[in-house]
Design a protein. Structure first.
Length: 185
């Protein structure tokens, strides 16, 4: 087991010029400036120190997974393995942030997740994506009293705005009582 001290990880911080895929500025990157640079920096340090054959990353934060895959593919000899999102009995994606939610808010988060999964399935049989997505944005904010950062359909291969529903993901970020949750379907 590798249990480094903080100073072991951050000792060579000077002079790093990490280049991240341009898609860092959409979805979460648009709202959390510098977040992905920090994540990629830590991944770079760990991969340099450990030199693993595999790295297992969850799909819950699909944008982060996408950016890490793009960053490491030409720099390290590591296979990035995508792991399906694990969900609780209410269908909420597992996250340590869930511990900050009340029981009532966990139930609301579960209802939102189920509604979005249903929406994603319905989008397969419609031509008017934008209208359906805009309608669900209104419903979510009014019915569940959430602050919506984004709800977008994007291509899962390059995170561009959607083109074909079968190769896309529905991404959401929202706040329930100041707790930020993300998910994708």
């Amino acid at each position: 087991m590798f249990l480094p001290r903080t100073e072991e990880i951050y000792k060579s911080k000077i002079g790093k010029n990490i280049k991240i895929h341009r898609k860092k500025n959409v979805l979460c990157g648009k709202f959390r400036k510098g977040h992905f640079e920090g994540v990629i920096d830590v991944i770079d340090i760990f991969l340099s120190l450990i030199n693993p054959k595999y790295i297992f990353l969850g799909e819950k934060d699909f944008q982060q997974l996408f950016l890490i895959k793009n960053y490491v593919k030409n720099k390290f000899k590591v296979k990035v393995v995508s792991c399906k999102t694990v969900r609780d009995k209410n269908y909420v994606a597992l996250s340590s942030r869930n511990l900050l939610l009340s029981k009532k808010n966990l139930i609301i988060a579960g209802k939102i997740a189920k509604k979005l999964k249903s929406l994603k399935n319905k989008l397969k049989s419609t031509q008017n994506f934008k209208k359906k997505i805009n309608n669900i944005k209104r419903v979510l904010t009014e019915k569940y009293n959430i602050k919506l950062e984004y709800l977008e359909l994007r291509n899962e291969k390059d995170l561009s705005p959607f083109s074909k529903i079968n190769k896309s993901r529905l991404f959401i970020a929202y706040y329930i009582n100041k707790i930020r949750l993300i998910d994708n379907f």
